[in-house]
Design a protein around this ligand. Structure first.
Ligand SMILES: Nc1ncnc2c1ncn2[C@@H]1O[C@H](COP(=O)(O)OP(=O)(O)OP(=O)(O)O)[C@@H](O)[C@H]1O
Ligand SMILES: [Mg+2]
Length: 72
């Protein structure tokens, strides 16, 4: 059973020439009982991902396929 589902999540900070693509179309699921670690280089978007999952930031909506959801 999936307890977390992220679908086609993108986050772009800023706009035009100063825009930063922090998350580019991220999708994954976490199963009940699964142990997951988020790893990556500094600036790869780990905190951005956790902020959005935690509800303290919003994803960017680039197109109609851009969505995310969670189930607990
Ligand atoms: N509020 C913000 N405004 C503009 N750019 C941002 C903002 N927050 C993060 N960024 C940029 O988004 C990218 C991802 O940053 P993030 O903090 O999510 O990375 P991280 O993987 O958590 O890095 P670290 O390992 O250093 O904590 C970086 O290029 C960062 O500069
Ligand atoms: Mg971080």
């Amino acid at each position: 059973m999936s307890i977390l589902k992220v679908e086609n999540l993108s986050k772009i900070y800023g706009e035009k020439e100063i825009k930063t693509v922090a998350l580019n179309d991220v999708s994954f699921e976490v199963e009940k009982g699964e142990f997951v670690a988020i790893v990556g280089a500094s600036g790869s978007g780990k905190s951005t991902l956790l902020h959005i999952i935690g509800g303290v930031d919003k994803p960017s909506s680039r197109n109609s396929n851009n969505r995310w959801s969670k189930c607990l």
